[in-house]
Design a protein around this ligand. Sequence first.
Ligand code: ADP
Ligand code: GLC
Length: 495
Amino acid sequence: MKVLYACSEIYPLLKTGGLADVSAALPLALQHSGCDVRVLLPGFPAIFAGIKNLDASSEAALNLPRGYGPELPAGAVAKIVRAELPNGLVCYVLDAPACFDRPGSPYLNPDGQAWPDNAQRFALLSWAAACLGQGLDALWPPDILHCHDWHTGLGPLYLSLPQGSEGVRAASVFTIHNLAYQGLFPAEVFSTLGLADHLFGIDGVEFYNQVSFMKAGLQFADRITTVSPSYAREILTHEQGSGLEGVLCSRSAVLSGILNGVDYLVWNPAHDAVLKQTFDWRSLGRKKHAKTQLQTFMGLQLRPDALVLGVVSRLTEQKGLHLLAAILEDVVSQGAQLALIGGGDPTIEQAFTDAAKKHPGQVAVRIGYDESLAHSIIAGADVIVVPSRFEPCGLTQLYGLRYGTLPLVRRIGGLADTVVDASPEHLLDGTACGVVFDDFSVDGLKAALQRTQSLYAQPAAWKAVQKRAMQLRFDWRVAAEQYLALYTSLKPDAA
Ligand code: ADP
Ligand code: GLC
């Protein structure tokens, strides 16, 4: 089964969120499950800097067909070059400097605004994916084109367009990682996409008189997946469907949820390079050193008994962290501490920065992105707080579990699918691995924190839940088998 995996970011080369973690781990897990996987990426500077064995010779490059497809900026060139990822997989890099030779975020300019030509940039990425899906690389025509999020949403649509000759054509799978980011562009953009007029309609890419790249993926992919079973159900509703619930309901027969996994080579307390002293569930007593390391590094009071709450997150409306900001006085008055790394919405950033100024030694906040501090927090905190309004899967609660850092989460999306509440019943039957609450409100979170404190005050019970959490596994192998079954249902002969 030959699978072309098309995405816009990949850890450790370029990452803005969980999408990059998935792009690094899932293709490799698919390869281990017997697929032949290649990854298509846009040629950002960070991608070129991180790949190996680049064959940039003009004979080796694949030129995109001209005369149709999306418009390129005047004078721009676009070709696909082959190389290797740090994990050994073959990758195709879309080399189009006018579109991608820009440092920093893949989506935003240095002022934090979306690049004005994002529609053209990501239409080109989708076009490249579709061309490969139609056999542009004659030596490697894929059976499956697997596109991820709106950045590659036009891929299944371009792939479905009639070809000059009845040649090879991959089947398409589109995975929603976050329905809230839809790739919406003004109607004028449509004429630059190289699509027939009728496609700017209700059965095409039109969404309230705008162009929606996400909708293109949903309408034209042969199969749609999202990253947890609960989120797959939730997005069929008005509350969680972001306006696309109608489209999703009409395609519900081909929609399914496949839970993400964890790369335990990257997230593992037994050999985490960030830790001065590693630990595992059999040596749980050593986790206290990770806590001291974190408290020292972040300038928190060195109190081994203090409940340390950790946050590693984008600070956006989705993540519900304004609820945490609103109860920080309680957190502090109960003697607990907060260690946070995050960035995003300036108002939420400010709320946490102000709290850190007001409560030095008890609230420590770093605004920005820092991979090694993320590991320190996940390892050294007692609790990882994820009170999301919605959460397609969520990875930090899974990382927390592996480190015995108990997740305090809302019962939604992938959080609901992965964390079992420490209710009396689940404490008794040994399945509890965190604290789960329902009510998305300040009081809801406050009550959940109260329950967390009570559990923490019973060291034997806390330790039992930690041990349970640390032994749980969310292996990518399991997800890969489910994707493979999906691919096989589309291309039985390729299995
Ligand atoms: P999302 O993709 O919605 O942001 P996930 O929980 O799926 O949420 O994944 C977030 C990923 O990004 C995790 O690997 C997490 O450790 C990382 N991350 C988020 N914010 C930061 C940050 N400020 N610094 C370092 N890593 C971060
Ligand atoms: C998105 C979601 C997150 C998910 C990640 C990886 O960014 O917000 O819940 O874990 O994608 O699939």
